[in-house]
Design a protein around this ligand. Sequence first.
Ligand SMILES: C[S@@+](CC[C@H](N)C(=O)[O-])C[C@H]1O[C@@H](n2cnc3c(N)ncnc32)[C@H](O)[C@@H]1O
Length: 209
Amino acid sequence: MSSLLPRKRLEILLSKLEGFPEPCAEFEQYEVSDSVAATMAFTAATYGDIEGRVVYDLGCGPGRLAIAAALLGAERVVAVDIDSKVLKVAKRNAQQLDVYDQIEFVVQDVKTLKGRADTVLMNAPFGVQQARADRPFLKKGIELANVVYSLHKASKGGRDFITQFVSSLGGHVSFIQEMSMGLAATLRFHEKQRHVIHVDFYRIEKTEV
Ligand SMILES: C[S@@+](CC[C@H](N)C(=O)[O-])C[C@H]1O[C@@H](n2cnc3c(N)ncnc32)[C@H](O)[C@@H]1O
């Protein structure tokens, strides 16, 4: 591995980026925190899954994970979101950190996405607003890539379910790391200005490559 941008430096760079302009509850538009985004991308990099790799960010929102992958030396990054307004923000954010040319921005529903990746990095809808909204993302991640790094709302039942679901898709969970994530009150049903939630960070490998 060549010299990697330090995790803390990555987090500081991500903290300069814009968030969702008009968050939409239906699409569960809340963003990953700078700290969690930096940990996800840096962990993937230390496994050798970023540098020189083709990385997809599914449900990229304002683009923190895609941009982190580009900053950590991905060969090519594809940032996908269903919402064209939010992709404009992701483009501005990429320009701000000088990685615009490394990222292809795609407005598309992940369900119909085609492609081939080495690695998927994603913080998809948790499925809180629309039950099962996370499932097409897991399915597509395992279809596109050999390894998927994915963030989910932490719960015991959730871990059992995701582990089984991933196995039914031909993958297996190689680790789960619980983290706390500060969430700004961006959606109308958020009662506090800022609250902390527990999230599970999964590394998923395709079993049948
Ligand atoms: C929880 S937000 C996370 C955004 C970003 N990954 C982050 O962590 O800051 C989920 C994102 O998925 C997008 N999204 C929801 N449903 C989608 C779908 N079917 N296809 C593509 N993107 C979708 C939303 O527009 C939103 O930007």
